[in-house]
Design a protein around this ligand. Structure first.
Ligand code: TYD
Ligand code: MG
Length: 454
């Protein structure tokens, strides 16, 4: 056996260093270096398990996604799970990952498609109790609570399921590899073995992975390049809303979104997310505006809220939840330099209601207007939406699929939309206010701009 050599690998950025250090020299993350074995302790040469084949001889339909029957889950994955694929579902503990996958297993089981749940995290009784509470169809579900990868693979070989769910990748270990379950080397190696198993057997595999708020735990981050699909299951543990989004997808577009509500009977798909996102809205409060955003193929209406208060200490705070911090800084700079709305000495808080993360520039205009409204204290008319990208010169630019966004706004009863000069006609029931600049939009809404501070 080769002599064992160690290195230290960063669980955040995957860089390696020969020595342990408190801070990763590559990405600067603290306490992220984890010791792992470099030498191949198993010493086995890789087996040649795939021969070269003619591309034309492969049946492309074999790789088609198969619906599971949980419609929001299938929508997010553009149709369902692909045989032989590996999907990683990451999320904070307690968010509902095990519940979601038990419901997926149940839906498959209803049509007699076999599912194996390898759960080292919970006992079979716990799972059975939850299954009973959820009214799960369990006739085709097998549970294996071993934490040994070899044992799990042995059970898989005898059960021959269509889907293997591993809950979670951090609690499973291969005794031939050093380190306890959850260490970087175990997580990586177990996942690699499961990936190669999925590819050779055609079994769809779903790996559940825990991430902490900082996303720093060994696991999901390390595996992104190994697996075919990476989903993130998010939401506020204290609120019922859960959003499943696709970060990476080899079989369809990323950016699709499934919306669920956690109820006493498990997760329920939300067919009309805009209604839910806007449900508890307080109209007539300064600093808030509704923005139509595009998530995958769907337009959704979400409320963007901002609040400003005089900064107490030195540097004013900038807090952004659901919008990129860089975007917030840019819009504040444009407001100050091009519009004359000054927030330089104010603490600024911006947040998107419902735990949604806006990842496109289409919400710039809305963010600018919400901030102008917060600074001036003038509320924005509650039946108005705003959609457009803002450039550094303060100009408002067109965004993709404006039509779809405006239609969603019209469907939800909105009356007015602030949009760029170019772009599609208004759908029925919506009056368009076309603006060339953020300053024009601020004026059009009567958000009086203050004189520049002297
Ligand atoms: P769980 O699926 O165990 O989370 P994870 O696997 O991501 O750690 O879900 C945990 C939470 O979900 C738990 O706090 C209770 C809540 N829950 C419900 O509200 N309703 C339900 O029907 C179920 C099964 C769970
Ligand atoms: Mg769980």
């Amino acid at each position: 056996m080769a002599k064992t050599r160690y290195e230290h690998r960063c669980s955040a950025c995957d860089a390696t260093t020969p020595r342990w250090e408190g801070r990763c020299p590559n990405c600067g993350e603290w306490n992220s270096l984890v010791e792992q074995v470099v030498a191949d302790v198993r010493g086995a040469a890789p087996a040649a398990n795939s021969d070269a084949v003619q591309l034309a001889s492969i049946d492309p339909s074999a790789g088609n996604a198969r619906p599971t029957g949980v419609s929001e889950f299938d929508r997010t994955l553009s149709g369902g799970l692909v045989p032989g694929s590996v999907t990683l579902i990451g999320g904070e503990p307690g968010i509902g990952k095990s519940t979601l996958l038990l419901q997926v297993a149940s839906a498959l089981s209803r049509t007699d498609r076999r599912v194996l749940i390898a759960s080292a995290e919970e006992s079979a009784e716990q799972i059975s109790r939850r299954a009973q509470r959820l009214g799960v169809a369990a006739n085709a579900i097998t549970i294996c609570t071993s934490s040994s990868l070899a044992e799990v693979l042995a059970v898989v070989a005898s059960v021959k399921p269509e889907l293997l769910i591993v809950d979670s990748i951090q609690t499973i270990a291969d005794p031939e590899i050093s380190g306890s379950a959850g260490s970087v080397s175990q997580v990586r190696e177990c996942a690699a073995q499961l990936v190669s198993y999925a590819k050779t057997s055609g079994v769809a595999v779903v790996l559940i992975g825990h991430v902490t708020k900082e996303g720093s735990l060994a696991g999901p981050r390390l595996l992104e390049h190994l697996v075919d699909t990476v989903c993130s299951f998010e939401g506020d543990r204290h609120h019922a809303l859960r959003v499943l989004s696709v970060v990476k997808h080899r079989f369809g577009p990323a950016g699709e979104l499934g919306v669920f509500e956690m109820t006493a009977e498990g997760l329920k798909g939300v067919a009309d997310p805009s209604a839910l996102f806007l449900a508890d809205r307080q109209p007539g409060v300064a600093g808030s505006v509704v923005v139509p955003i595009l998530e995958g193929h769907r337009a959704l209406l979400v409320e963007l809220q901002t609040l400003v208060t005089p900064a107490v200490f030195g540097t004013p705070r900038r807090s952004a939840e659901g919008v990129a911090a860089g975007r917030l800084a840019l819009i504040l700079a444009v407001l100050e330099q091009r519009v004359g709305v000054l927030a330089g000495s104010l603490d600024v808080f911006a947040s998107v209601v419902g735990g949604v993360h806006i990842q496109e520039p289409g919400a710039d205009l809305a963010l600018g207007l919400a901030l102008a409204s917060a600074v001036t204290g003038v509320p924005i008319d509650p039946l108005t939406v705003a959609s457009g990208e803002v450039g550094l010169a303060g100009e408002v630019r067109q965004v993709v699929h404006s039509e779809r966004r405006l239609q969603e706004a019209a469907r939800r009863g909105f009356r007015r939309a602030i949009v760029p000069m170019t772009g599609p006609e208004a759908p029925n029931g919506i009056e368009l206010i076309r603006v060339a600049t953020l300053a024009e939009a601020v004026q059009a809404l009567g958000l009086r701009t203050r004189e520049r501070a002297s």
